[in-house]
Design a protein around this ligand. Sequence first.
Ligand code: AHR
Length: 501
Amino acid sequence: MARARLVLDPAFRVGPVHRRLFGGFVEHLGRHVYDGIHEPAHPSAGPDGFRRDVIDLVRELGVSTIRYPGGNFVSGYNWEDGVGPVAERPRRLELAWHSTETNEVGLHEFHSWLEQVGSDMMLAVNLGTRGTEAAMALVEYANIPEGTARTEQRTANGRAEPFGVKMWCLGNEMDGPWQLGHRNAEDYGKLASRTAKAMRQIDRDLELVVCGSSARDMPTFGEWERVVLEHTYEDVDYISCHAYYQEHDGDLASFLASGVDMDAFIESVVATADHVRALKRSDKKIMISFDEWNVWYLTKWKEREAEFTLDEWPVAPRLLEDIYSVADAVTFGGLLISLLNHADRVTSASLAQLVNVIGPIMTEPGGPAWRQTTFFPFAVTSAAARGDALRVALDADTVTTERFGEVPVVAAAATTDGATTTVFLQNRHLTETTTLTVDVTAFATAGTVTARSIWDEDVYAVNDLKDTQRVALRTNDTATLDGGVLTVELPPVSWTAVTIA
Ligand code: AHR
């Protein structure tokens, strides 16, 4: 049996947990929009073509801000193609994912879907094939109340009120050679600065995200952030981070410890941003928008990518439809723990993505919609992480991993809003239960304790079309609170949230 001990004190806080930490991402990719959220022929679809069963699941997931419309897709997208009468919208070749974009869903439709799911919009502008002028036109169309040709066009298209979009991404992954319009850091930094200034001349309340690295292992990582921020420091509020994790060659121990990599990623970007802050003698702190994160079996996708060199441009093909296991959900829970532990600097994050495409929700055309294993840690954390994130003082046994060496057997984060405290835990041990004690004397000696876990004797169990409910949250009835000490047993390869009310 492994052991771990935590001490929590409400006086030691990381910072407030921003609701935007529980954001999502919808890209026009594969069956995400078409045959995912939008399937007019589905029995649950409303007159607008959006599936109600999917809307209900997205609401249950508890997603705050949703990034749209890409991703790689945005770097070749004309936003104007997605507004106006649907029957007149052009079909276009979509180069990022080798598909045909029908443009049946665009800005107006997506906004009305967001109103139904109860989330805010975060828009990305195309700095790949387009630039400052198209970004300015979109800000004017979306956010200016009235009095110009573009605002009249918006009204004629059915929306008199402005959309009032606050968060904007200045392009997507512009460091990646795969990106349409990929640039070096100097060129992108200059373009992002010009575009940000112009967008703010139209709406000074925008919050702007400049592209950081598309992965920590990019050859330009670190230097990219420094150069881009040197050009844009006073123009932007956030720099982005993107990270995807997968189990490589059966190395489950390293995979479960992916949060260690995410911690290092965040801390390096914070250090680089603060270095530029020192160079600029600035009082301003740049925040991180971790606007793509997830488990993604990218190597499997790369093997399949060759199929897409054919002369076919399908509408809504099945792409990136990873089916997640219990081990994936436990790793995913560890990534949420990493985000919470950096709540002072990571004030926005987007789970990439939401439906069908590396999503916590899957659908079948004409059939059911269901929760993947990763749905559970996200939904629980989004609902329970309230108030402030606390500094966790952890003393734990260790496990050995090939990629990260010795790591604590448990990863932990905690939040409190005064009335309710929740501790989020991941047991990385492959075979042993870990007994965890948490000293909460600074909060309470008594209270109601509830604990929910994701674990299974088969760590590779999944929810799929054959059995959509094979994996679910389990009540963990080992949790007790006695004399200010919370004790809980964490099964091997598990994720748990313990709430003291
Ligand atoms: O989320 C899938 C893709 O991953 C996005 O389109 C891109 O930004 C990233 O490389």
